[in-house]
Design a protein around this ligand. Structure first.
Ligand code: SAH
Length: 251
């Protein structure tokens, strides 16, 4: 049988895709990334389903479960938080499956940075402000390539979504201040779409203290840029004086 890598979405169990939900309901074996995947997603599963929390397992153990289950003709749902292509450590698993000739599919999910924009009711790509979104992290146990240091990325003054890094907010702010003005808006979104979600909004000068006072040190995104402000150009797409493939300009 086969393995399905499924994006679980950011937390709210209704933010998984219909396809992902159906596959979870039909799976014989579920392996989920324990710390961030909402267990409510597993309220409707097959009787006798085997459920593993990968938080306490290493890669070899996860792969052993997958490979032996598939050999027994079982369907495996490997459930990752948000979308598995973003800091999902999914590639190494897919490569091992390839090596063993095990068929697999990937079902995308709603990444937390998208849920955060929805909670903030903001658009990352405002005309006249920024047309580029950079998803990044600062170095932790996983190194970040030299060319992608925050100081270099900051030069673009693009919209920044920083994952896995809220514990280093002070250092982040210092790096960003080398390029962004101090009054650049920053939002920290903790557990977007979960009932315990928190949104902290400030600027590069204020945010580190605000977040420290809230005691947030994990499961949060740091979002930076003037997209959080209120100045922007109107879109060309809906501009009455601008024609495109589906609509001609008004005279
Ligand atoms: N694949 C995931 C990211 C996994 S890395 C995705 O697409 O969202 C884990 C990091 O993602 C966390 O440290 C945090 O920065 C962010 N994250 C995951 N879920 C979140 C949520 N609901 N709210 C805010 N940040 C979240």
């Amino acid at each position: 049988m086969q393995v399905y890598f499924i994006g679980a979405g950011p937390g709210d169990p209704e933010l998984i895709t219909v396809k992902g939900q159906k596959l979870i309901a039909a799976a014989d074996v579920i392996i989920y990334a324990g710390s961030l995947v909402n267990p409510e997603l597993f309220s409707q599963v097959r009787p006798g389903v085997e459920i593993y929390n990968s938080a306490t397992m290493n890669l070899e153990e996860v792969m052993d479960v997958m490979l032996s289950s598939v050999r027994q003709g079982k369907v495996v749902a490997r459930v990752h938080t948000g979308d598995p292509s973003i800091y999902g450590a999914i590639r190494e698993q897919m490569d091992i499956l390839e090596k063993h000739g095990v068929p697999y599919e990937v079902v995308p999910g709603v990444s937390s940075f998208l849920a955060a924009a929805a909670s903030l009711k903001k658009e990352y790509t405002l005309p006249g402000v920024s047309q580029t979104v950079i998803l990044t992290r600062v170095e932790g146990r996983t190194p970040v390539p030299e060319k992608e240091r925050l100081i270099s990325l900051a030069e673009h003054q693009a919209t920044l979504c920083i994952f896995l890094s809220v514990h280093s907010l002070k250092e982040i702010v210092e790096d960003l201040k080398t390029a962004y003005p101090e009054d650049t808006p920053v939002a920290v979104v903790y557990k977007a779409s979960w009932p315990e979600e928190k949104i902290i909004q400030g600027t590069l000068s204020t945010i580190a203290k605000q977040v420290e006072e809230e005691g947030i040190s994990k499961t949060a995104l740091v979002l930076v840029g003037r997209f959080l402000g209120d100045e922007y150009d109107l879109s060309k797409l809906y501009d009455a004086n601008f024609s495109h493939g589906y609509r001609s300009a008004e005279k």
